[in-house]
Design a protein around this ligand. Structure first.
Ligand code: ADP
Length: 399
């Protein structure tokens, strides 16, 4: 059996999985692990290997050290990469800029292009690149495939991807709507079609990927026609700690009057805004508890979240000229029935009727709309690692 190692390398942690790209979406991966607190006083590698939990603690110097320890932990548990039959590595890469419209075998040129795109994703790309560099050295004979979060949205129609600002400035600085979570939107669109026994080409879909980061997409016949995230993953829906869309004038106002630097404002909008900024909690489990206790700020945060979501839904119904399906996915989308119910409340006039019982008990993939709903509403679990593993297996086989 052949397996793929999937790497999601962040600034202070590396998530990894080993999985069978041909397994179904619900199959458990062989290995799920994380290298945590890289560069801090004490770090850790934790993994579930063939259903068994394993862990080592200790200072982890850097990404290379972390991965070495992760591979040692696997080998100590009778699951070395050789033994697991790892034939390709798939890397989740956040920002492909203008250069990448599909997964690529990572070469020196690809790495150079990824480095050139660092200004577009200063928080994510350097850590992603680090992961690639370390893996290329550790496993020089195994093909490494980069799967970009932006790739699926590369072909957005010009009207949807263009910001109405000075053309020369936009061109010089590569400013356009790139969109993110593309691997998830593409994967979920395919699963929706499979679940309904239809072809993806025959469906107009609206997908809400609601995790800590959140984005929506409008997909016509399998191709994206709009998405909420933009040049960066800050635009669009209200998120756990990100503001989502706001008047850009707020940034100038803060820069001029609040004694905040550009980096401070970046932090404010990315890390201290969204649900966290409004209610002090970015996790819906905590937010729900606060709302149950009568916390006014938590209630307002929920209402703002839903309001922005419904605005997007309304605009995408029009962008698509009507939708066949509306799908919820990721941590919030899959688990929080109250969000799905509030998002679709009172939309019978648009042919959208939720079955409240099905919604409450939904365990995706499942249809949660009523029999007489013109639009089919679904909960469909995403699985970005499996999607990356499938891309990596396919592209490494073409090498
Ligand atoms: P990301 O990949 O962006 O970090 P996820 O898709 O894992 O995010 O979603 C994480 C969020 O999903 C949490 O912050 C929380 O709000 C929500 N979530 C996850 N599981 C549950 C659950 N069982 N009940 C309620 N909310 C949940």
């Amino acid at each position: 059996m052949t397996h793929v190692l999937v790497i999601n390398s962040g600034s202070s942690s590396i998530k990894f999985q080993v999985l069978d790209p041909d397994a179904g979406a619900e199959a458990a991966p062989l290995v799920v692990g994380i290298v945590e607190r890289i560069g801090e006083e004490t770090g850790a590698v934790r993994a579930t290997i063939n259903g068994q939990d394993a862990e080592v603690e200790g200072r982890i110097e850097d990404h290379a050290d972390g991965l070495r320890r992760a591979f040692d932990l696997l080998a100590d548990n009778d699951a070395s990469l050789e033994k697991l039959g790892v034939v390709a590595v798939g890397h989740r890469l956040v920002h492909g800029g203008q250069d990448f419209s599909e997964p690529v075998i990572i070469t020196d040129e690809v790495l150079d292009a990824a480095r050139d795109n660092i200004p577009l994703a200063p928080l994510h790309n350097p850590a992603n690149i680090k992961g690639v560099e370390v893996l290329r050295e550790a496993l020089p004979d195994v093909p490494q495939v980069g799967v970009f979060d932006t790739a699926f949205f590369h072909e957005l129609p010009a009207a949807a991807r263009t910001y109405a600002i000075d053309r020369d400035v936009a061109e010089e600085h590569s400013i356009r709507r790139y969109g993110f979570h593309g691997t998830s939107h593409e994967f979920v669109a395919g699963r929706v079609a499979d679940h309904l026994g239809k072809r993806v080409e025959d469906l107009n879909q609206i997908i809400f990927h609601l995790g800590n980061g959140a984005s929506a997409s409008a997909i016509k016949g399998g191709r994206p026609v709009d998405t909420t995230m933009g040049l960066t993953p800050l635009e669009g829906l209200v998120m756990g700690t990100r503001s989502g869309s706001l008047d850009p004038g707020i940034v100038f106002h803060l820069a001029r009057n609040a004694d905040l630097s550009i980096d401070d404002i970046d932090q404010l909008l990315n890390k201290k805004s969204g649900l966290k900024g409004l209610a002090g909690a970015n996790d819906f489990r905590q937010l729900g508890e606060l709302i149950d206790k009568g916390d006014e700020n938590a209630k307002l945060a929920f209402d703002v979240y839903i309001h922005q979501l419904r605005r997007t839904l309304g605009s995408y119904l029009v962008v698509l000229g009507g939708a066949d399906t509306i799908t919820f996915t990721a941590g919030v989308g899959e688990n929080v029935a109250a969000v799905r119910e509030a998002a679709l409340d009172g939309l019978e006039g648009f042919g959208i009727v939720l079955d409240k019982e099905k919604n409450k008990n939904a365990k995706g993939p499942a249809v949660i709309s009523a029999e007489d709903s013109k639009v089919t509403v679904l909960v469909v679990p995403t699985n970005e690692e499996l999607a990356i593993a499938r891309h990596a297996a396919r592209f490494s086989a073409q090498q």
